[in-house]
Design a protein around this ligand. Structure first.
Ligand SMILES: O=P(O)(O)OC[C@H]1O[C@](O)(CO)[C@@H](O)[C@@H]1O
Length: 613
């Protein structure tokens, strides 16, 4: 196999372009845009003098076959680039990402600028210009970094209050009023997005087999899903601590979950306020509701912490503490990683290395997806957690200068080796639109429990073999990968992983010049959903009028649209009617949903009060 010596290795100062522009099928291979070094430097210096260097650097590489293959060169590259955090026991291997020395040299000044910007952010600069907010999740794990004493006090007091409350609940000093158990046995967490994904990931990763309180999640406005959670609790609803988490305090899905759970409490004859806890911003709708109704406790969510970076705030720490997870260790892990990711020497900064790799692998424009494959069941939800952290942060239409850039980096994955029996086939041989991040956990199971299921081989050896085999097999087919290795899945390593990716996202956002801390695109969907519900109310009024007539007047979709004065909304009207009919809230007397023009509909029950109102 041809050895390509363009990748960064001690022996590879000069890039040799592979002379295989013609594929075996005889078609010309597409080469990625290549410019001379002078061109690249010109392009860089023309942008680097601006406060925000936005133009993506052209990434010089060939479509296929550009990665180092010689085993000794690869080993040198591995050793040369291996990052180690001794105290955390964390390794980062970027050797299977094929960035070149030249690329590194071009990126370094940009990375340095990004690190300065991250430093400013940590000092309290307005890093979210649209919303005029500071971005302070780094202060949560080291309050003395916060820019003023008021914030420091807020952070420390909240942490103390979380620890005390969790201790009191676990020791039954705080108990449910009418449970035969005499203490809380379950947590039901209601929240969505950043107000749920972190707690779910951490619960799956770290909760002990027999936690003091078990946790369940309602993270959607799916009535059947909510019913399922409540049904699973059964009589234990009486000993369930309900934590409602919403930074804004007004997210509809979370509000609906709360209303559904409150209804279940009423029906079970239980007093919700004695078992309800709110985590939200001061004076939000949720905060005011909890205060007025006298809920058991309220914990603050800070304006300067974004939802997707809130795992180390009350959002993540309270549920974790209630499950007996050592939250101080999580904070230590994150804080140690924060220190490491402030390093100015790029090779010594794992977050900068990740950002560099992402940029190389996805051409700085998200041209390839990031497949996250932890080889450990307990890390199953890491990719789901990262999906929001990365995609809500980086997936932006405009850059900070207002240019349309449609940036992003897609993330998916579950776990190995399970995924080897699902989609790895395509990764190895199919469309080449991804790079992989393997998460390797060295400790297979707690000491003293291992055994050999065949001579010399344990179950964990298989998992290890599967990871190494997949990494090699993918690389042999020019599929690049990063490997993050931790000793075990512990509160410290999980805290460190979260902090590592938070910082990598921040640095990468600077490299591509976007605001990582807002989410304007989500607002559009929320607004449109509100409009659908408003339309449904109008339809109901029209249908109600017709249904109260004697005799009842069934209406066609066109008639409804006319009476609502919105003929252009006929398709949405049809969908609303079909949904209502499927739920027995509208009766279709003629035609069927499969042939929309034939439908005549009315309401089974007319509400005269509505008409008089
Ligand atoms: O915590 P909140 O305000 O309920 O928001 C939940 C989620 O909704 C979003 O605002 C938009 O999806 C996320 O950024 C956030 O994590």
């Amino acid at each position: 196999m041809a050895s390509i010596s363009g990748v960064c290795s001690p022996s590879s100062a000069v890039r040799i372009r592979r002379s295989l522009p013609v594929s075996t099928s005889g078609h010309l291979r597409r080469l990625r845009p290549f410019r001379s070094v002078a061109d690249l430097n010109r392009s860089f210096s023309s942008t680097s003098s601006c406060s925000s260097s936005s133009a993506p650097l052209p990434v010089e590489k060939e479509e296929d076959g550009s990665v180092e293959k010689d085993p000794i060169n690869l080993w040198n590259r591995y050793v040369d680039w291996l990052y180690q955090h001794k105290e955390l026991g964390l390794l980062l291997d970027v050797s299977r990402i094929g960035f070149t020395d030249k690329f590194f040299d071009l990126m370094e000044p940009r990375l340095q600028k990004a690190l300065v910007a991250m430093q400013d952010l940590e000092k309290g600069a307005i890093a979210n210009p649209d919303e005029g907010r500071m971005v302070g999740h780094y202060w949560l794990r080291k309050s003395k970094l916060a820019p003023n004493s008021f914030l420091r006090l807020q952070i420390d007091n909240t942490l103390d209050a979380i620890c005390k409350f969790a201790d009191d609940v676990i020791s039954a000093k705080i108990k449910p009023p009418s449970s035969p158990a005499g203490h809380f046995t379950q947590v039901l967490s209601i929240g969505i997005g950043g107000s749920s994904l972190g707690p779910q990931f951490v619960a799956e990763a770290l909760a002990p087999d027999n936690p003091p309180l078990k946790i369940r999640f309602i993270d959607n406005t799916d009535p059947a899903g909510i019913d399922h959670q409540i049904a699973q609790l059964g009589p234990e609803l009486a000993s369930t601590l309900v934590i409602v988490i919403s930074k804004s305090g007004g997210t509809p899905e979370t509000r609906n979950g709360l209303l559904e759970v409150q209804k279940a409490f009423r029906e079970a004859g239980l007093e919700f306020s004695k078992q309800g806890v709110a985590i939200t911003q001061e004076n939000s709708l949720l905060d005011n509701t909890a205060r007025i109704e006298g809920w058991l406790a309220r914990f603050p969510m800070f304006d300067w912490v974004g939802g997707r970076t809130s795992e180390m705030s009350a959002v993540g720490l309270l549920p974790a503490a209630l499950q007996g997870i050592d939250i101080k260790e999580m904070l230590v892990g994150a804080s140690l990683m924060d220190e490491a990711t402030r390093m100015r020497v790029i090779k010594d900064n794992p977050a900068a290395l990740l950002a560099l790799c992402w940029y190389w692998a996805s051409d700085g424009i998200g041209s390839k997806d990031m497949v996250v494959l932890p080889y450990k069941d307990s890390l199953l939800l890491f990719s789901r957690y990262l999906q929001q952290l990365v995609m809500e942060s980086l997936g932006k239409e405009f850059d900070l200068d207002g240019n349309r850039v449609n940036q992003g980096l897609s993330v998916y994955g579950n776990k190995g080796s399970t995924d080897q029996h699902a989609y790895i086939q395509q990764l190895r041989e199919g469309v080449h639109n991804f790079f992989v991040t393997f998460i390797e956990v060295l400790r297979d199971r707690p000491p003293g429990h291992d055994w050999e299921l065949e001579p010399g081989v344990t179950c964990g050896d298989y998992l290890f073999g599967m990871l190494q085999g997949t990494r090699s097999a993918l690389y042999a087919n020019d599929r690049e990968s990063i490997t993050v290795t931790v000793q075990g899945v512990t509160p410290r390593s999980v805290g460190a992983l979260i902090a590592l990716y938070e910082r990598a996202v921040g640095i990468y956002a600077h490299l591509v010049n976007i605001n990582a801390y807002h989410q304007p695109g989500v607002e559009a969907g929320k607004k449109a959903a509100g409009e659908v519900l408003a339309l449904q109310k109008r339809i109901l009024t029209v249908l109600n009028e017709a249904s109260c007539k004697q005799p009842v007047e069934p209406l066609s979709l066109e008639e409804i649209a006319d009476r609502c004065h919105i003929p252009e909304e006929i398709e949405m009207i049809y969908k609303i009617i079909a949904h209502m009919a499927a739920n027995d809230r509208a009766l279709i007397v003629e035609g069927s949903c499969g042939s929309p023009r034939s439908i005549k509909v009315y309401l089974g029950e007319c509400n005269v009060d509505d008409l008089l109102a």
